[in-house]
Write a protein that binds this ligand. Structure first.
Ligand code: CIR
Length: 259
């Protein structure tokens, strides 16, 4: 069960967010409306939502998921691999201190230059899968693993090459069900999960989010919606098309916590 979510109001500068998509620039006013509906969806799932102020100096700061990992035992501040995002962690520390007694952080630890973005980390109970991506490197994954082990949790790394973050191509929606697409479909480390395979033309919707028995699904992906519903889930669609334009998915827009 999740009790709380932290989100950040999109900055006007989000129109300059990092992107590999060819979908045009985000419309800021529409993004604000979509973000409000996202907050409503979180509240409908029973979460207490803390809305942080926009941070104009960081165009991608609306994607709060990447800057911290929330676990049942501790919160871990990350060290984003995208240089323009490194500073996003600073303002998150005092926020996390309100809710967590135990706060850890990924450090530079010379000469390793460890980096981690938590969009690369998928929680399955007490185990955490860490994707080795362009944003999360081996040194970062090793540090993250050591920190999780200090709190009696476990982790394993997943190599990847096709998507930005691990959870771009993989989402655990509880009950042993895994939404999966592309390079992750036939991977041995996930063979014991029930695979809900997302069609390639709806790959973006693989990043759906389980929250307290409802699955939030991005609007506009009818096959994936049907796939999730036919597995027995209640669903809530949320239009996040303005965030898709800068490579952001549903999960990236919030930090969800059991605290
Ligand atoms: C970035 O490239 O960092 C942002 N434009 C998108 C971040 C998306 N976050 C995520 O998938 N966890």
């Amino acid at each position: 069960m999740f009790n709380r979510a932290i989100v950040r109001t999109p900055a006007k500068s989000m129109i300059d967010g990092i992107t590999t998509a060819d979908l045009g620039r985000p419309d800021y006013l529409n993004a604000l409306e979509q973000h409000k509906d996202y907050v409503n969806a979180l509240k409908e799932c029973g979460l207490d939502v803390l809305i942080l102020e926009a941070e104009e100096q960081y165009p991608d700061s609306v994607f709060v998921e990447d800057v911290a990992l929330m676990t049942p035992a501790c919160a871990i501040l990350t060290r984003p691999g995208a240089l323009s995002r490194t500073g996003e962690v600073h303002s998150m520390l005092p926020i996390l201190e309100k809710y967590y007694q135990n706060i850890e952080r990924i450090t530079a630890e010379e000469p390793s230059n460890a980096t981690v973005e938590a969009g690369d980390i998928m929680m399955v109970g007490q185990h955490f899968y860490i994707g080795l991506s362009e944003r999360t490197n081996r040194a970062g994954a090793d540090q993250m693993t050591r920190l999780l082990e200090q709190y009696s949790m476990t982790a394993s790394v997943v190599t990847m090459s096709e998507v930005l973050h691990l959870k771009t191509g993989l989402s655990y929606i509880e009950n042993n069900n895994l939404l999966v697409c592309g390079e992750f479909i036939s991977r041995s480390e996930f063979k014991d999960f029930n695979h809900l395979v997302v069609a390639p033309d709806e790959a973006y919707a693989t990043n759906s989010v389980w929250i307290n028995d409802t699955v939030l699904v991005p609007a506009g992906f009818p096959k994936t919606l049907e796939l999730i519903q036919s597995a027995g889930y209640k669903t809530r669609t949320v239009d996040v098309s303005e965030f898709e334009k800068i490579d952001g998915g549903l999960s990236c827009l919030s930090l969800r916590s059991q605290m």
